[in-house]
Design a protein around this ligand. Structure first.
Ligand code: 8YV
Length: 319
């Protein structure tokens, strides 16, 4: 039997593409464009497996039109909100993701955004870069100190825990909300809040690390933002639709929210241009996991899952 045929939808790391080509017959387009619904449906008749990113959407409608040849979707992502899992399950298509390997990289970006938002990185950079820095004052770009401040984390999966570890090193006091409390070793002194509203009330800084599910979409709405202490700094490296962007913009305008660091937006690519009016908002284009080491690790994990599947074994990260 020949090698299984797989479709790699985007420009994965060279190491990933090389290993994939060694073990599979690979369809890959260097144009690196997101796969449309039509692309996905057409390709499903040509391949046994796919490695998509979160940029390819397997909606119920798309899944209903997939060719029976396609047996496995080995996502190059930990988030799977781009996949209609019940529909895929009903079609008997195996779905995997890449948990664990991107936790540190994403937590590092969350740290950058938290520090950048707290210390006016955007305004400071603009001032120096534009040549407009003509005077200095002790009252200039005065920010919010992290040490001793309370950090609220929503979602203590791999990324949330990695972020807590790093923030502890900055002497922050860690509080969290999760479906379940962690065991004391994992908790490492962090305070658990079973009720999200209780967490919000003590969050001088707030960082989102939960998946986007029907239960969490729109979680950070106007009422919840109002519960935060005045001047709270919000960080989102999880998913854009966890946040009601209009409510966040209003809270930034009123000053109730002091600053924000955003890597994710409701509309991607593109983001929300209204945030650009606020130089206390630091923004990145959904690149939380974009480090050399992590891109390799994500690609290898997706390939590991395919290898198991095509050997007739259960993939380690099957959902
Ligand atoms: C990726 C992500 O950049 O893993 C996720 O869920 O959002 C990001 O790490 C992206 O999905 C790459 O495919």
């Amino acid at each position: 039997m020949g090698k299984p045929v797989i479709w790699i939808t985007r420009q994965l790391s060279d190491a990933t593409l090389n290993r994939a080509r060694r073990d599979y017959e690979v369809i890959w387009d260097p144009a690196d464009a997101p796969g449309s619904a039509e692309d996905i449906i057409a390709m499903s008749a040509r391949v046994d497996g796919m490695i998509p990113c979160h940029s390819e959407h397997f909606s119920a409608d798309v899944v209903a039109q997939l060719d029976p040849r396609l047996k496995i979707i080995a996502n190059h992502s930990v988030g799977v909100d781009h996949c209609d899992l019940p529909s895929l399950k009903a079609r008997g298509i195996v779905v995997t993701n890449t948990p664990g390997v991107l936790s540190d990289a994403t937590a590092e970006l969350a740290l950058m955004l938290m520090l950048g938002a707290a210390r006016h990185a955007v305004a400071g950079d603009q001032l120096v870069r534009s040549g407009q820095w003509q005077s200095w004052s002790p009252a200039m770009l005065v920010g919010k100190q992290l040490s001793g401040a309370r950090l609220g984390i929503i979602g203590m999966g791999g990324v949330g825990r990695a972020f807590a570890r790093k923030a502890r090193g900055l002497d922050m006091e860690i509080h969290y909300h999760n479906r379940r409390p962690l065991n004391p070793e994992e908790e490492a002194g962090a305070a658990y809040h079973a009720d999200l509203d209780d967490l919000l009330a003590v969050s001088d800084f707030l960082s989102l690390h939960c998946p986007a599910t029907p239960e969490t979409v729109g979680l950070l709405n106007a009422a919840r933002l109002a519960r935060l202490p005045k001047g709270c700094v919000i960080v989102n490296t999880a998913r854009g639709n966890l946040v009601d962007e209009a409510a966040l913009l209003e809270a930034l305008t009123s000053g109730h929210v002091g600053a924000a660091g955003l890597d994710c937006f409701v509309t991607e690519p593109g983001g929300n241009p209204a945030f650009a009016a606020h130089d206390n908002v630091m923004m990145m284009p959904h690149v939380g996991s974009a480090t050399v080491a992590t891109r390799d690790a994500m690609g290898f994990k997706a390939l590991d899952n395919l290898d198991h599947f095509f050997r007739g074994e259960t993939p380690p990260d099957q959902l």
